[in-house]
Each structure stands twice: as C-alpha cells, then as structure tokens.
Design a protein around this ligand. Structure first.
Ligand SMILES: Cc1cn([C@H]2C[C@H](O)[C@@H](COP(=O)(O)OP(=O)(O)O[C@H]3O[C@H](C)C(=O)[C@H](O)[C@H]3O)O2)c(=O)[nH]c1=O
Length: 181
C-alpha cells in the first residue's frame, strides 16, 4: 500500500498492492495495521456504506457535526467518480480548500477523509458502485451539508451542468458561508 498525503493535512490518497494473474486480481483493500501505520494514527471504522449511482449523479457535500463527525475511507468498486473532500476544520490553514481525486474500479485508488471534512462525489461513468468505511455511526440529527455548486468553493465536478442529477435534499443545502459547521 502506498500512502500519499494530499495538500490537506491528514487527507491521504491510498494505492493498494494489486496481485494480478491469469485469473484476474487480488488485493487487500483494507488492513488495519498497515492503514493505521500509513495514516500515522489508529482509526477504528464501525460502519460500512455502499451506494450505486448513474452517470451525472452528484451526492454531497455532506458531513456530520460535532461528536458525530465521521472519518471516511472511500473507494469505487466499479465505474469512475470524481471524489471531493472539503476541509471544514476550524483553524485549519486549508479551511475551505478541497481536493478532487478520480477513484475508479480500474485505478483502485482510495481516499481517506478525516473527521472535519465535507464529502461528495460525481459519477463520471455510466454507473458507479461506491463503497466506504466510516469511523462513526450515521446520526441523522447531526447531518450537515453544503450546496455542491457553491460559488465560494467553486468545485469543478467535471460534468456538464445539463447532466447533474441531484437529490431534492441536496438541492436545498446551504451555501458554504451559511453552513452549520
Ligand atoms: C448516509 C446514510 C444514509 N442512510 C439513509 C438515509 C436515507 O433514507 C438514505 C439515503 O441517504 P442519503 O440520501 O443521505 O445518501 P447519500 O446522498 O449517498 O449520502 C451520503 O453521501 C455522501 C457522499 C457521504 O459521504 C455521506 O456518507 C452520505 O451523506 O439512507 C442510512 O441509513 N445510513 C447512512 O449512513
């Protein structure tokens, strides 16, 4: 496994070791000992999530506030997405900055997003199966979000506007300046 820290401290791009042969491939997609050593601290995941989306779907930008904040280890089982993490940590020198990484079944890359970030992704392939581990449980009451096309964050989702497919809930999320952080 190769761990590359992004410009946002604590946020890592991870590339697993893939063993390919004439049958296909094998990889350890998660190994706690290797992961904790690569990240530099213990992370205890408690919930796995999985979602399936069609091209043009943008899920996010979501986070959970306070003690219910979640760190996430995200990857794509099949298809291709642009995955986005926004630094919302109060006092962070990169507050309001984001990283965008293409994750796909092909490149098998993973993104580790620490607590204190908003997360979202856009589906660039016909369909995408998305899988992620969380280090805190879902807590509906503590859900927060930011409008995916907020002009201050100015995220390039790499999809024509005409293709954006957003949930009703996400379409009415607050702007970054009004978000409940
Ligand atoms: C997140 C979550 C949702 N749900 C229920 C609540 C809704 O009835 C249904 C769909 O939820 P939602 O529309 O919020 O799903 P996404 O838009 O994929 O939300 C996720 O999208 C971005 C990319 C994230 O990083 C978050 O993990 C999460 O907010 O699943 C649960 O039962 N447990 C959960 O952990």
């Amino acid at each position: 496994m190769i761990f590359k820290e992004t410009k946002l401290k604590g946020c890592f791009i991870i590339e697993p070791k893939v063993f390919s042969d004439n049958r296909g491939y094998f990889m350890e997609s998660y190994n706690k000992e290797i992961f904790d050593s690569g990240i530099g601290e213990p992370v205890n995941f408690v919930q796995d999530n999985q979602s399936f989306s069609s091209r043009g779907v943008i899920r996010g930008l979501h986070y959970q506030i306070g003690n219910h904040a979640q760190a996430k280890l995200v990857r794509v089982l099949s298809g291709r997405v642009l995955d986005v993490a926004v630094d919302l940590r109060k006092g962070s020198p990169s507050f309001g900055e984001y990283v965008a990484v293409e994750l796909s079944g092909q490149n098998k890359k993973q993104l580790y997003i620490p607590r204190g970030f908003a997360h979202g992704f856009a589906v660039l392939s016909e369909t995408a199966e998305f899988f992620y581990k969380c280090d805190n449980y879902y807590n509906k009451e503590s859900e927060g979000g930011i409008l995916y096309n907020d002009s201050t964050l100015n995220i390039n989702w790499e999809l024509p506007l005409s293709e954006h497919l957003i949930s009703e809930k996400d379409s009415v999320l607050p702007k970054f300046k009004d978000a409940n952080l």
